[in-house]
Design a protein around this ligand. Structure first.
Ligand SMILES: [Zn+2]
Length: 387
């Protein structure tokens, strides 16, 4: 019921009953609970269809806050977010090469800071981080950059805050954000985060596809060149050795570009017509594009959203990605594919982490957009809130 109000409000009780295939009595009971819990409110009357004009219901976006965290390469970002994904308060802390226990302490400090700012109930905490994550138990199986292995991040943050905590891979979180809060929502979507590492989040039929061991979308270590450069995973010629920010800066060694420079400077040099830089940018884009072409061939997903710092390379990079993707998939699939740079930018991972939490805690929005009959959802969570 809450999911229907979220997607289709303002909406009448009768229309909710029609869409969910629940009885009107059931809907009225659930709505009474949602009104009492402050998640929903009445907003005037809709057009009459003969009888008395129906009262309309809508979501109270600020009825609850969520905490979203993005544990990025250089910065840990956190935000208090409302139920529509609007950030109410944000915190950013430099990582300064902290890893292990120190990185964990930084996470807990950010959570404390955000909780102190919350002036209404906080539903829980969602965390997006690079690495292999068991989302069911919030366990970081492996996050190379943070030197975390089998870290029960969800449990540790829960102990500190007393709130439900969900942990997800950053690319997967961003995919969820594009699906839940994005402008052009589709049931199927791939989001690829291209930074120091490269990973994809795959939404199929409105659900995040995780694979059997939470590794779905780990495309950064697909072998692209069997005789290629050495990758941090110990093998040769992975996609990351060709298309990541590290690879791009490494290939520009000896040029005028400082290897520690932000990619914006690489973009500036390319825009000013530096031929060497432009070639490197296009080659990196083409390598990623080939990998995307394979993804499109396997999944036939038309919408691919690119995020992460490498997207700062802009147009020349994006065009190379698009060309190579189209060239390495069946023409009919390649032609219809839309490959674009995401609108949510850096906020995507944070929003996605909170979206994950929202879908788990409120049971909304993880179902296909156009369900054939009703949508699965956990009313238990909403009832508990109404409690
Ligand atoms: Zn590798």
């Amino acid at each position: 019921v809450l999911g229907t109000i979220y997607d289709h409000g303002p909406i009448s009780r009768a229309e909710i009953a029609r869409r969910t295939e629940l009885t009107r009595t059931t809907v009225s009971g659930v709505v009474a609970d949602l009104l009492a819990s402050g998640l929903t409110r009445e907003v005037g009357r809709g057009p009459s269809t003969g009888g008395k004009a129906p009262i309309l219901l809508e979501l109270v976006a600020d009825g609850r806050y969520l905490i979203g965290l993005d544990l990025g390469d250089k910065t840990f970002n956190g935000a208090l977010v409302n139920l529509r994904g609007e950030a109410v308060h944000t915190v950013a802390r430099d990582v300064d090469n902290r890893d292990g226990e120190a990185a964990l302490t930084l996470v807990l400090e950010i959570v404390d800071q955000l909780l102190a700012e919350a002036d209404r109930p906080v539903l829980g905490i969602g965390i997006g981080t690079a690495g292999l994550i068991d989302t069911n138990v919030g366990m970081v199986i492996e996050a190379v950059n943070l030197d975390w292995r089998d870290v029960p991040l969800g449990t540790l943050v829960h102990r500190r805050s007393g709130l439900p905590v969900y942990v997800a891979n950053d690319s997967k979180a961003a995919a969820l954000a594009a699906f839940v809060f994005g402008e052009a929502r589709t049931d199927n979507l791939v989001v690829i985060k291209v930074g120091k590492g490269i990973g994809a989040g795959i939404v199929i039929g409105g659900r995040l596809f995780q694979g059997d061991g939470f590794g779905a979308g780990e495309i950064g270590h697909m072998t692209m060149e069997s005789e290629g450069a050495l990758c941090r995973c110990g093998r040769l010629g992975c996609l990351e050795t060709l298309a990541s920010s590290r690879a791009i800066l490494a290939r520009l060694a000896g040029s005028a570009i400082d290897p520690e420079a932000p990619l914006r400077e690489v973009a500036r040099a390319a825009a000013s017509g530096d031929a060497q830089v432009l070639t490197v940018v296009r080659q990196a884009g083409a390598a990623l594009g080939r990998a995307i072409g394979w993804l499109i061939s396997v999944l036939d997903i038309e919408r691919v959203v690119l995020i992460g710092q490498v997207t700062e390379l802009g147009e020349p990079w994006l065009v190379a990605v698009q060309h190579a993707a189209r060239a390495s998939a069946l023409p009919v699939l390649g032609r219809s594919a839309v490959i674009e740079i995401g609108e949510q930018g850096d906020a995507g991972v944070m929003l996605g982490a909170s979206a994950l939490l929202m879908t788990r805690e409120l049971g909304i929005n993880l179902a296909p957009l156009h369900p054939v009959s009703g949508r699965p959802g956990s009313l238990a969570a909403a009832e508990e809130l109404a409690g």
